[in-house]
Structures are given as C-alpha cells and as structure tokens.
Design a protein around this ligand. Structure first.
Ligand code: GDP
Length: 200
C-alpha cells in the first residue's frame, strides 16, 4: 500500500477538464487550514508537493496526482475560509458538486477534519451533503498530535464530540482515521485503508 512513485498530472479549473477517468481515485477535501497540504506532502513524502492555492479569491483548482502509475490522489480546493462570503461558499459547492456527482472512478472522499478544535458546522454540512448524495467518505482527523489548547479539549474529545453529532445522521458512521502530519501518525493506516477500498 506504500507510495513508491508520484507524478503531478495536471491542475484543472473545471471538472470537465480533469484527466480521463480511467483509474480509481480518492479526493481530499477539508476546511481551509485543516492541514490538507501537510497531509498530502506527508503521504507522498515530499515537501511542498501539494499545490492548492490557499488564499480566498484565487482560482480554484482540481489537482490530480498519479500514484504508482495506477491510481489518482486528487487535491480539491479547501472550503470555509474564515472570511468567506455566502457567495464564495456557494461557489465552492457548485464547483465541486460537478466533480463529485460525475466522477465515475471516485472511490471515496477523504474528508479532513481538524481534531484540535471542536466540531465545526461547515464540516458536518459537507459530510451530510456527501452522505445525502451517496458519495462514500472516510473521515481523516488531522493534527491529532496537538496538545489541548488552554481552554480547549483534547483531540480525542473533539473527535468523540464530532462522532456524536454524526450519529444523528448515520446509522453506521463512515470509517475514520486519526492522523498527524507532524508525527506521521495514521499515515500507514490511511494508505492501507485506501488500498483496501481500491481492491474492494
Ligand atoms: P491547508 O490549508 O489545509 O492546506 O493546511 P496546511 O497544510 O497549510 O496547514 C495549516 C496549518 O496547520 C499550518 O500552520 C500547519 O503547520 C499546521 N498543521 C498541519 N498539519 C498539522 C499536524 O498534523 N499537526 C500540527 N500540530 N499542525 C499541523
């Protein structure tokens, strides 16, 4: 399940410009600042490989990485900038919707959730939207190494609270994995999980 080779294929500004969908792929999404670039770089063991533009207002791009010449890892734009307007949010949804609903080879969405902060409505909204549209997802909790903030809760407490909220919507909650790009926690587990889903 290890990544032996990674090749950047292309950045697409529209879902229909994506590479031909002839290989299994996993899309990575999450709130801006969730640690998406760090996780991608940790997965492929390269520094500054993830290309996602971070500033609001920058062109939103879908970045395809070909892994071991056999499957795609796809970096989607982050959502929920602190300053995001309603318009920017609608923009994200309409941009990614076309991708999610039409990408035949999408195996699962890796939905990144920051374990160092309490559950965020925008993450639950995203999960619910994917769930309603029957798009398989795995929750990848990020920053699990972080010690509790002065008044905050520990990552495991935040994760439990998030799962509690999910139980309202799912009889069987989607799979989840705890990760840290700082310590490497969960990296192998995530790679193994993806290989199991690919060969399922
Ligand atoms: P992105 O906007 O989702 O691509 O997020 P980045 O990967 O740029 O990370 C956002 C911030 O969170 C940066 O300051 C990172 O150093 C920090 N960060 C990312 N991953 C981790 C992690 O696993 N642990 C800790 N403690 N910080 C992290």
């Amino acid at each position: 399940s290890q990544i032996k080779q990674v090749e950047f294929v292309k950045s697409s500004s529209k879902p229909r410009d994506c590479p031909k969908d002839d290989r299994p792929e996993f899309a990575i999404v999450g709130r801006s600042n969730v640690g998406k670039s760090s996780l991608i770089n940790a997965l492929v063991r390269k520094k500054e490989f993830a290309l996602t533009s971070k500033k609001p207002g920058k062109t939103q791009l879908i970045n395809h990485f070909l892994i071991n010449k056999s499957w795609y890892l796809v970096d989607l734009p982050g959502y929920g900038f602190a300053v995001a307007s309603e318009a920017a949010r609608t923009d994200w949804t309409s941009f990614t919707k076309g991708y999610f609903l039409n990408r035949e080879t999408l195996v699962a969405v890796l939905l990144l959730v920051d374990a160092s902060i309490p559950p965020q409505k925008i993450d639950l909204d995203c999960a619910n939207w994917l769930g309603r549209n029957n798009i398989p997802m795995t929750f990848v909790f990020t920053k699990c190494d972080k010690m509790k903030a002065s008044k905050g809760k520990r990552p495991d407490e935040n994760i439990r609270a998030f799962q509690e909220l999910l139980r309202k919507y799912y009889k069987e909650p989607p799979p989840w994995i705890m990760t840290s790009s700082m310590t490497g926690l969960g990296r192998d587990e995530l790679l193994l999980h993806m290989s199991q889903l690919r060969y399922h």
